[in-house]
Design a protein around this ligand. Structure first.
Ligand code: NAP
Length: 251
């Protein structure tokens, strides 16, 4: 299998897109650390699903927006499995609202969880990957970071930030055989949309009609793209933003 002997950390893997990524990498033979924030039950379910189908996974609770906790997560993975090859910075949240009403803490919380988390985890992981001259880092960003989305100044800024982060880090570590790429996801059916205020939800419903492939995406659509970028088939791709959005953001 293409990920035999590979160790992967997936942040925010208890639900939605992260869950699908963890399962897809494990299906390919990777041993996976399933990170989550608060939802122990959901994380356990992912671990059980992977282990029941012959894979190997463990859960690890950490708020990856906090540097100390992110450090513990990455060090745990390296201690548990003796190595680290793949890091997927997927954990993310929304705190939507028009800028006139957006609270300062909603801005800060989204930037910390979505963007600083990628810095936190990558900084620790890269130390190990540089020494071993191998690594695959994949950041899950959004078309909101490319197109902007009304009601999401905080989220769009965090996701655009991830794109700059991806390209800068790709240049820093390329000589050590570490690739860094991003996936810009479109509308994917997960819990993340459940908390969106009604006014913004109406706007999103209209945007869904604009998807050329005429359907909302599923977490597996993103997981397959991650598996490609994490594989040796993608060895010559770095600093790239792969849009997986049914054509929504094409220009
Ligand atoms: P989701 O269903 O709401 O799941 C979010 C995941 O992130 C959960 O596993 C959650 O853990 C975890 N998480 C949240 N805060 C965390 C923290 N501080 N530390 C560690 N884990 C944390 O979201 P999703 O839709 O799958 O989104 C996953 C990623 O894809 C996000 O970065 C999001 O921005 C991006 N994305 C999503 C879409 C979409 O349409 N769904 C589109 C573009 C990009 P708990 O279960 O413990 O809460």
């Amino acid at each position: 299998m293409k990920f035999d002997g590979k160790i992967a950390v997936v942040t925010g893997a208890s639900r939605g897109i992260g869950r699908a990524i963890a399962i897809e990498l494990a299906k390919g033979g990777a041993q996976v650390v399933v990170n989550y924030h608060t939802n122990d039950e959901a994380a356990d379910e992912v671990v059980q699903t992977i282990n029941a189908s012959g894979g190997q996974a463990v859960a690890f609770q950490a708020d990856v927006g906090e540097f100390d906790q992110a450090e513990k997560l990455i060090k745990f993975a390296i201690q548990q499995f003796d190595d680290l090859h793949i890091l997927v910075n997927n954990a993310g949240i929304t705190r939507d609202g028009l800028i006139m009403t957006m609270r300062e803490q909603d801005w800060d919380h989204v930037i910390q969880t979505n963007l600083k988390s990628a810095f936190n985890c990558s900084k620790i992981a890269v130390r190990h990957m540089m020494r071993h001259r191998y690594g695959r880092i994949i950041n899950i960003t959004s078309v909101s970071g490319q197109m902007g989305n009304a009601g999401q100044t905080n989220y769009s800024a965090s996701k655009a930030g991830q794109i700059g982060f991806t390209k800068a880090l790709a240049r820093e570590v390329a000589r050590r055989n570490i690739t860094v790429n991003a996936i810009a996801a479109g509308f994917i059916e997960t819990d993340i949309w459940a908390s969106v205020p009604d006014a913004i939800q109406e706007h999103l419903d209209t945007m869904q009609e604009l998807i050329p492939l005429n359907r909302v995406g599923q977490p597996e659509d993103i997981a397959k793209a991650v598996a490609f970028l994490a594989s040796d088939d993608a060895a010559y791709i770095t600093g790239h933003v792969l849009t997986v959005d049914g054509g929504l953001g094409m220009y």
